[in-house]
Design a protein around this ligand. Structure first.
Ligand SMILES: Nc1ncnc2c1ncn2[C@@H]1O[C@H](COP(=O)(O)OP(=O)(O)O)[C@@H](O)[C@H]1O
Ligand SMILES: [Mg+2]
Length: 144
C-alpha cells in the first residue's frame, strides 16, 4: 500500500516561503524531484531560490528567465530548474526528455509541474502554493 503524507505551512512573506524551501531542500538528496504547483505569482520561483540557497548556490541564482525552460546550476549536487510555463502542449513537454534530468544525480525543481504530471517519477515531492489574504501563501508539501 502506498503511504502519502502532507504538511501545510503558512507563509506571510517571500522570505518566509524561501525559508520553508531551504528547510525542505536540506533534506533532499541527488535524484530528488520537487514539483511546484500554483498559479502565476504564487511563489514557485521564490521557492526555488530558497532551495538554491540551501544548496550553497547564490540567492540570485534562480530567476524566471524569459526564454529558457531549463536552467542548470552547478553545485554539489547540481540544481536543475525547469519552468514549463511556456509549454502548454503535452507533445512539447514530452520532447524535452525530462527523464534525463530525473535520472541525473542532481536535484530537480519543476514549475508548472502539473503539465508534466504523467512524466514525474515516483517519489516526487509536490509543493502546492495558494494565495491567501494579503501577501499570504498556504504551502502544502506532499510526498507520495
Ligand atoms: N508569502 C509569499 N511567498 C512568496 N512570494 C510572495 C509572498 N508574498 C508576496 N510574494 C510575492 O509574490 C511574487 C511571487 O513571484 P514568483 O515566485 O515569481 O511566482 P511564480 O514563480 O509562482 O510565478 C513575488 O513578487 C513575491 O515577492
Ligand atoms: Mg516562476
Amino acid at each position: 500500500m502506498k503511504r502519502s503524507t502532507a504538511k501545510t505551512y503558512n507563509s506571510s512573506a517571500p522570505e518566509e516561503t524561501a525559508g520553508i524551501a531551504r528547510r525542505l531542500a536540506k533534506g533532499l538528496s541527488p535524484g530528488s524531484v520537487v514539483a511546484l504547483v500554483g498559479p502565476l505569482g504564487s511563489g514557485k520561483t521564490v521557492f526555488v531560490k530558497g532551495m538554491a540557497e540551501a544548496l550553497g548556490l547564490p540567492a540570485a541564482t534562480a530567476t524566471s528567465p524569459t526564454f529558457s525552460i531549463i536552467n542548470e546550476y552547478e553545485g554539489d549536487p547540481p540544481l536543475y530548474h525547469i519552468d514549463l510555463y511556456r509549454l502548454e502542449h503535452a507533445e512539447e513537454i514530452a520532447e524535452l526528455g525530462l527523464h534525463e534530468y530525473f535520472d541525473a544525480a542532481g536535484i530537480v525543481a519543476v514549475e508548472w509541474a502539473e503539465r508534466a504530471s504523467g512524466l514525474l517519477p515516483e517519489g516526487t515531492i509536490t509543493v502546492t502554493l495558494e494565495r491567501t489574504g494579503g501577501g499570504g501563501r498556504k504551502i502544502t508539501v506532499s510526498r507520495t
